[in-house]
Design a protein around this ligand. Structure first.
Ligand code: DAH
Length: 342
């Protein structure tokens, strides 16, 4: 029986070949070439059509056996090779679990808020607490109660944004002084600071229409300029460095008498004079003074019984000095290349 011989020969060849093929892909290809539609074994089986009906069952049975044998051999060899291939791959592709992960970008506190936090921390340490007030303010709190009557020329110093209903975007944090005194009078002592946003019609490298201030107010018995100066010196040294000095220059504010502007010794040149301090050795950081008697009495305190001091500083100015930033607008454009440095 020629067919039976051919079947046996195909089977013997196939089983031998399967043992020498050495990859899963090669086995897959071989399987197709043997058992696929145009495969070798399939071709042999096609010859069965020419057999006599009596011979068919025997040949058919043998054909099935041969096919099963080959399938089993293919399966076993595939499983073995797959395991070897996986082991080899695992050996080569080591995963280093100690490798640091990719760092996601962590947001952080804005440099201006860092200054506000640092300043607040310093004043909390000096016995102050934090008070807040509205950014949309009445003219009364922003001006009148601070000794700036309607036609007072000092209103021109702070070109304001007015709302239709007569309110104003506060031009300074000083109205929080008034609100605090009105809420607490006639009780004392008062020791507060008030950080927050203020608004003025200004826009250039050192002025922005929105900026930040920290107001300070102390009301008690027998407060003197010496108290004011020592508090500000402690603040300046904690904020800028223990080697710093301050000086008070006489100035004018409607709500303080006497009034002063405060300079801190230049950190860039140490006081010798340079570009940052315009050759003077000093840079201005804030305004201050002894609370005007009219401001005290308007807010319910008797100037014969208590007095106090107040100060107001610009946060952007402090930040520019501390971080050596030459243009205030950098703080507001939120360019990541700038912001990430802090
Ligand atoms: N409000 C002032 C300004 O915006 C700063 C200031 C000066 C505040 C003297 C004070 C002060 O409390 O006593 O220019």
């Amino acid at each position: 029986m020629e067919l039976i011989d051919r079947l046996k020969r195909v089977a013997a060849e196939a089983l031998a070949k399967i043992e020498v093929l050495d990859s899963v892909t090669a086995l897959q290809d071989y399987r197709v070439s043997l058992l696929g539609k145009k495969g070798e074994l399939t071709g042999v089986l096609r010859g069965m059509g020419t057999l006599s009906p009596a011979a068919r069952p025997r040949v058919g049975q043998l054909a099935n056996e041969v096919r099963d044998q080959i399938e089993v051999a293919l399966e076993a060899r595939t499983t073995a090779l797959a395991a070897t291939e996986l082991a080899a791959k695992l050996k080569q592709e080591r995963v280093d679990v100690t490798l640091p992960g990719r760092q996601p970008y962590h947001a952080h506190v804005h440099p201006l808020n860092r200054i506000i936090e640092a300043a607040t921390e310093i004043f909390l340490g000096l016995g102050f607490s934090v008070a807040e007030g509205p950014e949309i303010e009445s003219e009364y709190y922003n001006f009148e109660a601070l000794n700036v009557p309607p036609l007072h020329p000092a209103r021109d110093m702070q070109d304001s944004f007015y709302l239709h209903d007569g309110h104003v975007l506060r031009t300074q944090t000083s109205p929080v002084q008034v609100r605090t005194m009105q809420a607490l009078s006639p009780h004392y002592p008062i020791r507060i600071i008030s950080p927050g946003k203020v608004y003025r019609r200004d826009d250039d490298a050192t002025h922005s229409p929105m900026f930040h201030q920290i107001e300070g107010l102390v009301i008690d018995k027998d407060i003197s300029l010496a108290h004011l100066k020592s508090i500000l010196l402690m603040f300046a040294r904690q904020m800028f460095g223990a080697e710093r000095e301050i000086r008070l220059r006489p100035s004018y504010f409607p709500f303080t008498e006497p009034s002063a502007e405060v300079d801190v010794s230049c950190g860039t040149c140490g006081g010798l004079g340079c570009r940052v301090c315009k050759g003077t050795g000093w840079v201005e950081i804030l305004g201050c003074g002894m609370v005007h008697p009219s401001v005290l009495s308007m807010s319910g305190y008797d100037p014969e019984v208590v007095n106090g001091f107040a100060f107001g500083m610009g946060i952007e100015r402090i930040a520019m000095l501390k971080y050596n930033v030459e243009d205030l607008r950098h703080f507001f454009v939120n360019d990541y290349r700038f912001i990430r440095q802090f």
